[in-house]
Structure formats: structure tokens, C-alpha cells
Design a binder for this molecule. Sequence first.
Ligand SMILES: O=C(O)CCC(=O)C(=O)O
Ligand SMILES: [Fe+2]
Length: 336
Amino acid sequence: MEVERVQDISSSSLLTEAIPLEFIRSEKEQPAITTFRGPTPAIPVVDLSDPDEESVRRAVVKASEEWGLFQVVNHGIPTELIRRLQDVGRKFFELPSSEKESVAKPEDSKDIEGYGTKLQKDPEGKKAWVDHLFHRIWPPSCVNYRFWPKNPPEYREVNEEYAMHVKKLSETLLGILSEGLGLKREALQEGLGGEMAEYMMKINYYPPCPRPDLALGVPAHTDLSGITLLVPNEVPGLQVFKDDHWFDAEYIPSAVIVHIGDQILRLSNGRYKNVLHRTTVDKEKTRMSWPVFLEPPREKIVGPLPELTGDDNPPKFKPFAFKDYSYRKLNKLPLD
Ligand SMILES: O=C(O)CCC(=O)C(=O)O
Ligand SMILES: [Fe+2]
């Protein structure tokens, strides 16, 4: 069966200025109704020029406790590399459908790797205004080049270089977060599977939408990952739920945006928050984003680190193998 891509729906919707009913959110979710238009709190900014500086370490810990979200500047990933990453990703999505479909997620695949469109509608029967491409970028034993675009030709080289940088930056952040819990530097990384932790690249492609007031890109969620390191293109659209409101997240163009995901919430026994977020779409422009999800291997059991629990601090979460946690969350089964 041919899968309908949002990119193609966008092209025809721009002509009629109408969108299919399944993309129109209920009033509880419509961005025009639910976005807070008062003063917007600024997302914490962390300058990582000197990651050993005490004030920097405190800022990472505080933002993770209070927001589960922050943006990092002077993060060590060259601006030029980010520009090239965005360039090869954009070029892939601009290829003819037949080329994109050559790396499509196979219909019978249980894994998420490949070019795709979320087929599953959410409980209200609504669809997300976004197409995506998923593929692992680290460790090498988990990389399947079958799902990496062949074009543009520099796609592979750029993504391999980005993988090295993203790994280094996440290890720095996890080290700070571990020590913020009073643990050794490696504690959270080990909790996510150590050297076997997987780095999953996702490219989100949000084509123009004639009704950005009614539709959503990615609906409200927390990430399944340990942490997520994301670079967006220049089109705004990330929203964060904080103090009972949805806010537009305003970010610095060259920053890397860090989300704390479910697995760090659970390993830290609730000390670090998993941020609830969603994305809006634009009437004329294509928004894109490149999150990398740092995830435990499928079989890795993740629960509160034993050093953090005791008689006066009982575990707040039940341990699950990552594959079982993901399955249960996706299928809305109980997690306690
Ligand atoms: O596009 C964004 O800024 C966020 C995307 C996102 O939350 C996700 O893919 O999990
Ligand atoms: Fe997300």
C-alpha cells in the first residue's frame, strides 16, 4: 500500500487552502486556542565554554530540575558542521518521492529506522503534520546504512562527523548531571547502557500548512530517550508546557537544544524532569529539526539508580527493559 506523505498533502493543500479533517485538532489542542500569549519565560541558556566551571554545572543541573530543557551555546559542535548537517537533510527531503521512498521504513519492520510518516493516529484520531527520517548514527555496530540516504553524496560523511560531536557533547552533559546527583561522572551514561547506548538521528520535516492555527506538527509528548540534543532550522515552532501553559520556545540560532527524556527522569528517581513539548507549523515556510535521541539498548533495564534510593527515598519508578517501556508507553499501558 502506498503511504501518503504529509509533504504531498501540503502541496495540494496549499492550492485549496484547506487541510484534511484528520489534521484538525480538537479545541483542547489547537495551537491558536492553547498557546499562552502573555510574557514568555526564556529557556535557560548554558554557556559551555568551560564545562568544569562550577556556575556552568549548577546551571545545567538547575535547568534540568526545573525545566527539563535548556539551550547550550559554545557547545563545541562547529557551526559549519551544523549548517552542513541541515543542508544534506534539506536536500534529501527535496529529492523526488521515488528516491526518498528507497529508504522508507519497511511496512513489516518492528524498528523505527527509515523515511516515514506516522500512520498511527492519536486517541482522538488525529494525524501529525510532519514526515521524518530515522537512522542510528552510533555505535557503529548498530548503524544500518540501508536507511541512510545515498543522496546528496556527502550525507554519510556529514552525519558520521556529527555523530562524534554529538556523542562528546552528550557525555559532557551526562557527566555534569551525574555529579549533580552526587554520583560519579559515568553514572548516568552507564545507566543508559554505557558504550552500548544508541544515538538515533531523526529529521523532522514540517512542510507549509495553510491552517497552522488548527494543526500540530508533533503533538504533546515527552521523549522516550535519556536525553535529546536538537538543532532546528530558522523557522520557529517548538513549544514547551510550563506552569500550566504552552509557550513558544525562543532559542538562539546557533544553540543546541537539550531535552531531558523519560530515561533520565527515571534513572534520577525524578530529580531531573522530562520536558513536555510539541511543535507548531508555519503557513508558508518549511520547518525542519534534527533531534538526536540518546537511548539505552533495547534489552537494557532502566530504573532509579540504586545509590539514589533508600528507606527515606523510595524508588518512584518501576524498572523496565527499554523495549518494554517503549512498547507500554506507545500503547498506553500502565508503567507502574
Ligand atoms: O521539531 C522540534 O523542535 C521538536 C521535535 C520533537 O519533539 C521530536 O521529534 O521528538
Ligand atoms: Fe520530542
